[in-house]
Design a protein around this ligand. Structure first.
Ligand SMILES: Nc1ncnc2c1ncn2[C@@H]1O[C@H](COP(=O)(O)OP(=O)(O)O)[C@@H](O)[C@H]1O
Ligand SMILES: Cc1ncc(C[n+]2csc(CCOP(=O)(O)OP(=O)(O)O)c2C)c(N)n1
Ligand SMILES: [Mg+2]
Ligand SMILES: [Mg+2]
Ligand SMILES: [Mg+2]
Length: 325
């Protein structure tokens, strides 16, 4: 397929958002927002780093790349509205595979009423998919990692370690075992960012917030550092799916703390807002768990501590990192 035919084939027939003034078809896209702050985020997925032929069908490559970006919009307390896609395509990828990648993005975009408004197409050695998502939040109402305060309750949505367990199964287990643990495999391939929950939280006066892409050991440390507070997390309170108990304690420990890619939210709220947060979670069908508290301890601020087996140990920033060599 030629570049122009490809672009024509992925061009949307209509735009859902009235904010799109110009979509695909000019030198750049134009969106117009007058009453909201605009959120912009980009994440890139690279073959054999974020996905491989063993772990993801082309459909899932598109789906989870967009999900990862939408999750960052949710982590700012916003609503995703549109996305821009940059793709590097090796010769070996068929036209049908490329359509499937876009189909994966389109399916998730439909859920959140989002529009594809532009992108870039390049040929290269390795499949790379980079997505920029735009979103909106009421003026001045964005949620920052730096807003944790003393006595806050630390919460997480959903269950942790699921996606890492799914990845482990996809890389190491038989098809039969993968079928037996379809839930975990699906959590890796088709994560669902927590947009509806966070968009119902407008009456929570203050909340620090981060999404879990690299594992809570990382994300909790980011909250502790930027808020200059001490986070105390109780390991036994970290929620996990009941079937994670089929795996070893070491695996459960590693996946739930450092596995990443669950695209759940971790945040902190004041004690007085905790009941309201639980009500919102119930209304939006969101599992929510209190996993610890925030302290202001001058000689520990900027760090996270894990209460486990009657011991309090420093939880290092030990999740997934790039450029580690
Ligand atoms: N290459 C880069 N150039 C400019 N800013 C970057 C680059 N990489 C990361 N950032 C910025 O650093 C911050 C942390 O990025 P990252 O750890 O990837 O966040 P997340 O885990 O939420 O995706 C973000 O503000 C991001 O925009
Ligand atoms: C084939 C394969 N190997 C390993 C992983 C695990 N993995 C890759 S990147 C990553 C962390 C999240 O990606 P990153 O680019 O750091 O996203 P960000 O933190 O910027 O949102 C993890 C756990 C994977 N998803 N697929
Ligand atoms: Mg990132
Ligand atoms: Mg993030
Ligand atoms: Mg990362």
């Amino acid at each position: 397929m030629k570049e122009f035919d490809f672009i024509r084939s992925i061009q949307p027939d209509f735009y859902r958002q009235s904010s799109v003034v110009k979509g695909i078809g000019d030198d750049a896209a134009i969106v117009r927002h007058t009453n909201e702050d605009v959120i912009t985020t980009v994440d890139t997925m690279v073959e054999n780093v974020h996905f491989s032929s063993k772990t993801t069908e082309p459909f899932h490559i598109g789906y989870r790349a967009l999900a990862a970006n939408i999750s960052d919009i949710a982590a700012m307390g916003g609503k995703p509205t549109s996305y821009v896609v940059s793709i590097v395509i090796p010769d070996s990828w068929s036209a049908a595979d490329l359509q499937a990648i876009y189909h994966g993005m389109k399916e998730l975009a439909k859920v959140f009423n989002m529009d594809l408004i532009g992108g870039d197409t390049v040929s290269g050695e390795q499949l790379v998919l980079s997505i920029t998502v735009l979103g909106t939040v009421l003026k001045g109402k964005a949620r920052y990692r730096s807003d944790a305060q003393e006595h806050d309750i630390i919460f997480v949505t959903g269950t942790l370690g699921d996606a890492a367990c799914g990845l482990h199964l996809l890389l190491n287990a038989t098809h039969k075992e993968q079928d037996n643990y379809r839930y975990f495999v699906k959590r890796h391939q088709m994560p669902m960012p927590r947009v509806s929950f966070i968009n119902q939280c407008e009456n929570i006066t203050r909340m620090s917030l981060n999404d879990i892409s690299d594992g809570i050991a990382n994300e909790a440390n980011e909250i502790a550092e930027t808020s200059d507070k001490t986070l105390i997390i109780e390991y036994d309170k970290i929620p996990s799916h009941s079937r994670l108990a089929d795996f070893s304690h070491e695996q459960q420990f590693k996946w739930s703390l450092t596995g990443g890619e669950d695209f759940e939210l971790i945040g902190t709220v004041s004690e007085k807002d905790w009941e309201l947060l639980k009500t919102i979670a119930k209304k939006t069908n969101t599992k929510i768990s209190a996993i610890g508290t925030v302290r202001n301890d001058w000689n520990k601020n900027g760090t996270v501590w894990l209460q486990h087996n009657h011991q309090l140990k420093k939880l290092e920033k030990s999740g997934y990192t790039h450029l580690s060599r």
